[in-house]
Write a protein that binds this ligand. Structure first.
Ligand SMILES: Cc1cc2nc3c(=O)[nH]c(=O)nc-3n(C[C@H](O)[C@H](O)[C@H](O)COP(=O)(O)OP(=O)(O)OC[C@H]3O[C@@H](n4cnc5c(N)ncnc54)[C@H](O)[C@@H]3O)c2cc1C
Length: 380
């Protein structure tokens, strides 16, 4: 594996870096864009980012995208996170895009991928209060009624639902069989009658939501893929979903590393920069090494997916998610320690990086579940 960027990829990354420096390079700009750091998504900024063609970098050209691959997708996510762009709705929208690319009809693809390309936010709703890691036990019901589905149930932890135009719902259309059967993907407009979206307060601010469906009616054509085939369809997208999270966390870890390095070079105690103390210098060396390992496994897996788009790569994708999120947690926590009291102060960015990193080992399949998947591939 060689992660040598093409000239085009290099220019793409540099253009995003310039955009981030210009639009959200200072804390004052970020404070304004995020309603004093309580929101993680600014729709105006996201729309402008999308207009530059970047959100759609990996969407096929026939649907208005850039026609790139998963490596390009990872570059997009790594650099936008590293630049602290408040566009949290992008990751989930791209997970939704993947499902449509794989299973949508031509009409659905043109409609949904075009909208994502233009900067519309989409959410995906799998998790329920009683169904977290055990996604297959979900109970939200979509009942066929003539030419419609009537949906009732409660989804929780739904990222960016407050900004979403549409929600890709994972619901049970048949409960007569085994638990992984009878699950389907259905598109639901976020403002459909009978939907209530309620924010959940977290240590990350306003990022996730409860979504209640009270006899919500959508046309049967809103089915994405095969009725009852939702479980297999979800599995088919997990490698890219895990890479999206991994690339985000490589970007976050890189930013935390950059900030820590700058700080230990600048901050003086006992008459010398604190970075000259071996205790800190060696930790910086270890963190840099870990960060490169996380980046390599992420891009190596992305290259594998680009080379064989229909293969699932469960071991590699889970390892990438596991490694990148654990490294992000390590780098941000160590960064906080090396910044002393200033790392803990809300006046600096580091404590926010810690909060963002901590939850990455929970969403997208907890890291315990990733270890289960990896160990299964070794026959355990
Ligand atoms: C910030 C955030 C954003 C999210 N965004 C979305 C979203 O957009 N859409 C969506 O559908 N969901 C989303 N989720 C939900 C997320 O995917 C779940 O929180 C996650 O899968 C874990 O489920 P749970 O919280 O119910 O924990 P549980 O499944 O109850 O797990 C609790 C603990 O038990 C462990 N555990 C469970 N089963 C096993 C096992 N078999 N072996 C070992 N350990 C086990 C877990 O690892 C964890 O440590 C989000 C969650 C968060 C926090």
């Amino acid at each position: 594996m060689t992660l040598v960027m093409t000239d085009e990829q290099q220019s793409f990354v540099e253009a995003m870096r310039d955009f981030a420096a210009r639009e959200c390079g200072t804390r004052e700009q970020r404070e304004e864009l995020t309603e004093k750091f309580t929101e993680q998504h600014n729709q105006d900024l996201y729309r402008r980012f999308a207009e530059l063609g970047w959100v759609g970098v990996a969407i096929p050209e026939e649907y208005g995208g850039g026609g790139g691959g998963v490596v390009d997708l990872c570059l997009l996510l790594e650099e936008s996170t590293r630049g602290l762009m408040p566009i949290a709705g992008m990751s989930v929208s791209l997970i939704v895009a993947g499902a449509y690319e794989r299973f949508g009809t031509e009409e659905q693809k043109a409609d949904m991928l075009g909208a994502i390309n233009r900067g519309d936010v989409m959410a995906i709703a799998m998790s329920e209060p009683e169904s977290g890691s055990d996604v297959g036990s979900l109970r939200c019901k979509a009942r066929r009624d003539n030419g419609s589905y009537v949906i009732s149930g409660h989804k929780t932890w739904i990222s960016a639902a407050q900004h979403a135009e549409r929600i890709l719902l994972i619901a049970r259309t048949d409960d007569s069989g085994a638990k992984h059967e009878g699950i389907s993907m259905i598109e639901v407009p976020a403002d459909a009658e009978g939907i209530t979206i309620r924010g959940i307060d977290t240590m990350g601010g306003r990022e996730v939501n409860d979504v209640f469906f009270d006899d919500v009616v959508v046309p049967a054509e809103n089915l994405v893929g095969v009725e009852g085939g939702g479980w297999m369809q979800l599995m088919a997208g997990l490698n890219v979903e895990r890479l999206i999270i991994a690339a985000n966390m490589v970007g976050l870890a890189q930013r935390a590393f950059d900030d820590t390095l700058a700080y230990v070079k600048e901050r003086k105690q006992f008459g010398r920069p604190i970075g000259s103390f071996q205790a800190l210098r060696h930790r910086i060396a270890d963190l840099g090494t870990e960060l490169e390992c996380a980046r390599l496994i992420t891009y190596d897996t992305a290259e594998k997916v680009d080379a064989a788009p229909d293969a699932l790569f469960p071991r590699e994708a889970s390892m990438a998610k596991l490694k990148a999120t654990e490294v992000a947690k390590q780098v941000t926590l160590e960064g906080m320690q090396m910044m002393g009291g200033y790392g803990y102060a809300s006046e600096y960015d580091m404590e926010g990086y810690v909060r963002t990193a901590l939850v990455s080992t929970i969403y997208g399949g907890t890291n315990e579940i990733q270890r289960e998947i990896v160990s299964k591939t070794y026959g355990l």
